[in-house]
Design a protein around this ligand. Structure first.
Ligand code: GLP
Length: 270
């Protein structure tokens, strides 16, 4: 894994935006995997800024979001479709027809199962995900793959954990229905992406970040599955890196990487 520790959350957003920009430069019609949550908002703001400065174009990009709530309509102000429209899609030149968020507002179990199968099929038909952006839950989840999720799981319905419901309470009014189910890409689906880009900022993520990078590979920490991916970049700020025991090594390794890149030898930190 490539572990990049940066001074602040805004440095994380800049660094991640450089990775997205580089991906679009290599392949204008990239398939991007997108995430919701507060963490990627600064990245999306930076991508909008670069689009407005005509440094980036999303004209040919196809996107697939990680997950969507079950039980609220797509037009609900807390649906992940609304989130993506309001934080990114409305401000860039992506073709909205090319943006995919799991279809989860469906009445029956069978309809949800079919939707999950369709989602997997659409990703495959698009050629697979080139670059998947990820956040991490305080309990180590990725997408809505809660602790105990199969590391080989595919897109499916998941019951949210109490800790996730609690963490996301802030987005819903007190007397409002809060979803407790979601349709989410599985860990296996995520691992199929060619490059994983996980962002984490703030001290409340420090323990999950340590478990993801330095803990054992375990279904109890779904993000630890990144240890099995050959091209995973984990970009974190100092606060989120606070509990890492090999922090100095990761920083040293990154310095070597840039030195080797300058000499043309290249470097891999996987
Ligand atoms: C949600 C999303 C995840 C996200 C996580 C962390 O539950 N399903 O994809 O990574 O929360 O969110 P935040 O960045 O707000 O801490």
């Amino acid at each position: 894994m490539r572990i990049v520790i940066l001074p602040s959350a805004s440095d994380v957003a800049q660094f991640a935006a450089d990775i997205v920009a580089n991906q679009l430069e290599i392949k204008a019609d990239s398939v991007l995997g997108l995430a919701t949550g507060s963490t990627p908002v600064a990245l999306y703001d930076e991508l909008i800024t670069r689009y407005q400065a005509e440094q980036l174009s999303f004209k040919e990009v196809v996107s697939f979001n990680l997950d969507e709530y079950i039980g609220i309509s797509v037009t609900h102000n807390q649906s992940y479709r609304t989130f993506m429209n309001q934080h990114l899609f409305e401000f860039i030149n992506i073709d909205i027809q090319n943006t995919h968020v799991p279809e989860a507002n469906l009445p029956t179990k069978q309809a949800l199962l079919n939707s999950a199968v369709r989602y997997e099929k659409s990703i495959a038909e698009a050629g697979g995900i080139d670059l998947q952006i990820l956040g991490i839950g305080i309990n180590g989840h990725i997408g809505f793959n809660e602790p105990s999720s199969s590391l080989a799981s595919r897109t499916r319905v998941k019951t949210l954990s109490q800790s996730t419901i609690e963490a996301n309470k802030r987005f819903f009014n007190e007397d409002e229905f809060q979803p407790y189910l979601a349709l989410t890409m599985g860990i296996g689906t995520i691992l199929d992406s060619r490059h994983l880009l996980l962002l984490a900022t703030g001290e409340n993520k420090a323990s999950a970040v340590r478990a993801m990078i330095e803990g054992p590979l375990s279904a109890m920490v779904p993000a630890s599955a990144l240890q099995q991916h050959v091209n995973a970049s984990i970009i974190i700020d100092q606060a989120a890196a606070a509990q890492l025991s090999l922090k100095k090594y990761y920083q040293w390794s990154e310095r070597q990487r840039s030195m080797l890149a300058q000499t043309g030898l290249g470097s891999t930190n996987e």
